[in-house]
Design a protein around this ligand. Structure first.
Ligand SMILES: NC(=O)C1=CN([C@@H]2O[C@H](COP(=O)(O)OP(=O)(O)OC[C@H]3O[C@@H](n4cnc5c(N)ncnc54)[C@H](O)[C@@H]3O)[C@@H](O)[C@H]2O)C=CC1
Ligand SMILES: O=C(O)[C@H]1O[C@H](OP(=O)(O)OP(=O)(O)OC[C@H]2O[C@@H](n3ccc(=O)[nH]c3=O)[C@H](O)[C@@H]2O)[C@H](O)[C@@H](O)[C@@H]1O
Length: 480
């Protein structure tokens, strides 16, 4: 029986390995992690991450050919293929701080693999890493290997949170990069055979190592660039009376451009887009390509601009101050169908409003109060380290309260902001919400999910990203 071990039981390691276990009953899969609470949760009824469809698969396979364990060394030693899916955060100090990828966790995993191995292994980069990381990993493994042979493959993951299981079941492609040597080709073939259990062969792309590593950074950069492009247009739409949804539709029907990923928003979030682009920018700078670096940096700048613009729009609409006003935040996760808050635009919007002394009342169907308080008090990039290295008990931000109900959160509020596109926000009773709010009652829709005409009929002053402005908003000084 082929044995697979995955180091890192996170948003990627957990779902990816669960699907491999489901699709390959003849393969034994162990997912290991240094975080005891995380592994305990994987072995319980309350999985550590919320992902539609995941629980069913884990229940089907756990204890049969899918195991979660903190005994990292044992499972690595026994495995034929070792996936490494650990954190690759942005460096916060030292050389490349604020841009470069911090490979501390990757390096320690590689050293441990070299230490404990007693047989040849294929080591697979599943984490997103800077191009040429495989070279460094190879050096660590080779210099510590006591004669054991390792083949390094790059097999970046393209799943998106909230749709991870369907993405893994029907990936647009699986990408495998390896050394162009007989041993390298053989290793690529071995991994290809695993995926071929459910992915059509013509969708399994094989490349050299560097192309695979760079393609992952490139794909995320292209995706984020689309959002920044449409968000840049949204600002122009508001100034001109064009409607960004209509513009995006008209542009997206061009088959060369395509309709997906053109939803204007309060800004993109998630653990990877910003981190990976910053990393790309750093790599370009290190390779003497400042113009290319500047080009990609602009994607982040527009994203920051969009988040600031949203906060400024709220404050300027509300007589230029939100001091002591209650602002209800609907949605804190970085997108719907996930409880993940990493780099969610809600953090920046809330911090911006808190900076203007607002009282904030937050409701999200999947995010806990502890997580929200943690996010609002944590330093930039601290969130992307293993749990046990994060601040233990967050300082409570006093002007923030967290509710378990949208009606409770919006009661007596001066304004409501929709920051995540949860489906349930579309069908709330907005008449009831309006009746219980201070007047004038404002709604700022950062996701363009609400029925603007209906809200205006009820009496709300409505702002929707990239849509023609209410007369009220037009008359307010444009601090945006
Ligand atoms: N979250 C996502 O949707 C995607 C993430 N990625 C990439 O995958 C990688 C992992 O991301 P996530 O799963 O989101 O992170 P995560 O933070 O959810 O999981 C990483 C896990 O690795 C564990 N870990 C760290 N060092 C370890 C070590 N030395 N030994 C054992 N366990 C260790 C941590 O405790 C943590 O549970 C990152 O490089 C990310 O860029 C790629 C595609 C999608
Ligand atoms: O490397 C990664 O981590 C992953 O990053 C993204 O996946 P994810 O961040 O989970 O979610 P997306 O659906 O891409 O959304 C990212 C952010 O962009 C926002 N977004 C997305 C699409 C859109 O049209 N507009 C928009 O504002 C979302 O609300 C969210 O905040 C990519 O889509 C995955 O392919 C990739 O594997």
């Amino acid at each position: 029986m082929v044995k697979i071990c995955c180091i890192g039981a996170g948003y990627v390691g957990g779902p990816t390995m669960a699907v491999i276990a489901l699709k390959c009953p003849h393969v034994e899969v162990a997912v290991v992690d240094i975080s005891v609470p995380r592994i305990n949760a994987w072995n319980s009824d309350q999985l550590p991450i919320y992902e539609p469809g995941l629980e069913d698969i884990v229940k089907q396979c756990r204890g049969k050919n899918l195991f979660f364990s903190t005994d990292v060394e044992k499972h690595v030693r026994e495995a034929d293929i070792v996936f490494v899916s650990v954190n690759t955060p942005t460096k916060t100090t030292g050389l490349g701080a604020g841009k470069a990828a911090d490979l501390t966790y990757w390096e320690s995993a590689a050293r441990m693999i070299a230490d404990v191995s007693v047989s040849d292994k294929i080591v697979v980069e599943k984490s997103t890493v800077p191009v040429k990381t495989a070279e460094a990993i190879e050096k660590i493994l080779m210099h510590n290997s006591k004669g054991i042979k390792f083949q390094i493959l790059s097999n970046p993951e393209f799943l998106a949170e909230g749709t991870a299981i369907t993405d893994l079941f029907n990936p647009d492609r699986v990408l495998i990069g390896g050394r162009e040597t007989p041993e390298g080709f053989k290793a690529v073939q071995t991994l290809k055979e695993v995926y071929a259990n459910w992915v059509p062969e013509n969708q399994i792309i094989t490349t050299n190592l560097w192309s695979a590593e760079l393609s992952k950074l490139a794909a995320n950069a292209f995706l984020a660039q689309r959002i920044s492009s449409v968000n840049a247009m949204s600002a122009l739409c508001e100034s001109t009376g064009a409607d960004v949804t209509q513009v995006a539709y008209a542009v997206g029907t061009d088959s060369r451009i395509g309709p997906k990923f053109l939803n204007a928003s309060v800004g993109f979030g998630g653990s990877c887009f910003q981190k990976d682009i910053l990393n790309l920018v750093y790599i370009c700078q290190c390779n003497g390509l400042p113009e290319v670096a500047e080009y990609w940096k602009q994607v982040i700048k527009i994203n920051d601009y969009q988040k600031n613009r949203f906060v400024n729009r709220i404050v300027s609409s509300m007589f230029n101050t939100v001091s002591n006003k209650k602002v209800a935040i609907l949605g804190f996760a970085f997108k719907k169908d996930t409880g993940d808050t990493r780099e969610t635009p809600a953090i920046d919007v809330c911090k911006g409003l808190l900076g203007d002394k607002a009282q904030i009342s937050i409701y999200d169907p999947q995010v806990t109060e502890d997580q929200i308080q943690r996010d609002l008090s944590m330093k930039k990039f601290d969130w992307d380290h293993p749990l046990h290295l994060q601040p233990m008990s967050p300082t409570t931000v006093k002007q923030v309260s967290v509710k378990w109900d949208a009606y409770e959160a919006t009661k007596d509020a001066h304004a409501v902001c929709v920051l995540t596109e949860w489906d349930e926000f579309k069908s709330l009773d907005y008449q009831k919400i309006f009746d219980n709010m201070q007047k004038p009652a404002f709604i700022f829709d950062g996701r363009n999910v609400l029925n603007v005409d209906k809200l205006r009929e009820i009496g709300f002053i409505v702002y929707s990203i990239g849509k023609p402005l209410d007369a009220w908003l037009k008359d307010m000084p444009a601090f945006v």
